[in-house]
Design a binder for this molecule. Structure first.
Ligand SMILES: Nc1nc2c(c(=O)[nH]1)N[C@H]1C(S)=C(S)[C@@H](COP(=O)(O)O)O[C@H]1N2
Ligand SMILES: [Mo]
Length: 301
C-alpha cells in the first residue's frame, strides 16, 4: 500500500500553482522559497534526507564526465532545449510529442522522499518532485502488443563526452516492463528540494525508480517508445554479466565488482566511521514484489 499522508486537494493545487509559476518564471532562489513549504506525499521509512549539497554535487551522469565530481562542473554549461519536447511513440494508437510545460499540467506535482541506491555501493535519500510515470504513459493508448517501455536520454555531442571517452554508448537508453513502468512508485521527476532539477540531476525531466539500482533512473529524457520486445539498455549492453535488464536492488545477487550486501549512506557517518547499513531487497520497497512473482531474480537480475 502507498502511504500517502493527508494532503488535501487544495494544498496540492496551491503547491502545483506555486511550482508552475516557479518553473515558468521565477529565479532559482525564489523557487526554493516558494516550494519549501510543499507537503510530502510519500516517505516510506521516514529516513533522514541527504543534504542537497551532496545530492547535487556527487552524481553519475557519464555524458558530463565519468567522475562523480564532474557533472556538477560540466553540466551547468549545457542549456537544455526550451521548450523541451518528449516524443512518445512505438506500439501506441496515437504517437505524441509533448513539451514539458504541458506534462507539468497533467497532474498535481508531489514531493516524494525516496531512497536511491547506486550499484557502486552508496545510497542517498532525496526529496523529489514529480508525478507518477503512469500519468504520462496514459496519455497515449498502448496497443495490445506493448509489453515494454524504452527511454532515451538527450545526446548533444557538442558539449557531452564522446562514447569513446565515456566508455559507454550514447544516447543513454533504459527500459522497463510495462507493468513496472505503470507501478505507482515509478516517478517522473521534474524537481528536487523544492526546486527544478539541476542539469547534473537530469534536467528537465527524468525517471526515478526507487526499487532499482540508480542507473535505471535515466536522466534528461527525450524519447519514450512502447515495444513488444525487451529493449537493450546501456549498462546491460556494455557489461552483460554484471548488469541485467531488471536490476532490482538485491543483496542476494552479487555484482562482480561492487558488493550489494550493504551500502554507505552518504553524508551521515564520518571519514573514519562511514555509516554503513544493510542493503534491502527492492531497496526496502517490498510493495513491488508482486511484479516479480514466479521469477528467479538471481537469474533475471
Ligand atoms: N543519461 C544518464 N542517466 C543516468 C546516468 C547517466 O550516466 N546518464 N547515471 C545513472 C546512475 S549510475 C545513477 S546512480 C543515477 C544518479 O542520479 P543522481 O545524480 O540524480 O543521484 O543516474 C542514472 N541516470
Ligand atoms: Mo549508479
Amino acid at each position: 500500500m502507498l502511504n500517502y499522508s493527508a494532503v488535501t486537494p487544495k494544498e496540492i493545487y496551491l503547491n502545483r500553482r506555486r511550482f508552475l509559476a516557479m518553473a515558468l518564471a521565477l529565479p532559482a532562489s525564489a523557487a526554493a522559497a516558494t516550494l519549501s513549504g510543499a507537503k510530502t506525499a510519500y516517505n516510506a521509512g521516514g529516513e533522514k534526507v541527504t543534504s542537497q549539497k551532496i545530492v547535487t554535487s556527487y552524481n553519475n551522469y557519464y555524458e558530463f564526465g565519468t567522475g562523480k565530481d564532474e557533472p556538477v562542473v560540466n553540466a551547468p554549461k549545457w542549456k537544455p532545449a526550451s521548450p523541451w519536447t518528449l516524443r512518445i511513440e512505438g506500439e501506441v494508437a496515437q504517437p505524441k510529442t509533448l513539451d514539458v510545460d504541458r506534462i507539468l499540467k497533467l497532474a498535481p506535482l508531489e514531493e516524494r522522499i525516496y531512497r536511491h541506491r547506486c550499484v557502486e555501493g552508496w545510497s542517498i535519500v532525496v526529496p523529489w518532485i514529480g508525478m507518477p510515470l503512469s500519468t504520462l504513459l496514459k496519455q497515449v493508448q498502448p496497443t495490445g502488443k506493448a509489453k515494454f517501455v524504452a527511454f532515451e536520454s538527450v545526446y548533444d555531442p557538442n558539449i557531452m563526452l564522446s562514447p569513446r571517452k565515456a566508455g559507454i554508448a550514447f544516447p543513454y537508453v533504459e527500459g522497463l516492463r510495462l507493468d513496472e513502468a505503470m507501478h505507482p512508485l515509478a516517478l517522473l521527476a521534474v524537481g528536487l528540494y523544492g526546486e527544478t532539477l539541476p542539469n547534473q540531476n537530469g534536467a528537465p525531466i527524468r525517471l526515478v525508480i526507487p526499487w532499482k539500482y540508480g542507473f535505471k533512473s535515466i536522466k534528461s529524457i527525450v524519447r519514450i517508445r512502447f515495444l513488444e520486445k525487451q529493449p537493450p539498455t546501456t549498462w546491460s549492453t556494455s557489461w552483460p554479466a554484471a548488469y541485467g535488464f531488471y536490476s532490482n536492488v538485491n543483496p542476494n545477487h552479487e555484482h562482480p565488482r561492487f558488493s550489494q550486501r550493504d551500502e554507505e549512506r552518504l553524508g551521515e557517518g564520518t571519514l573514519l566511521r562511514p555509516k554503513v547499513i544493510p542493503t534491502r531487497m527492492f531497496n526496502g520497497y517490498e510493495e513491488v514484489a508482486k511484479l516479480y512473482a514466479g521469477m528467479n531474480l538471481d537469474r533475471d537480475y
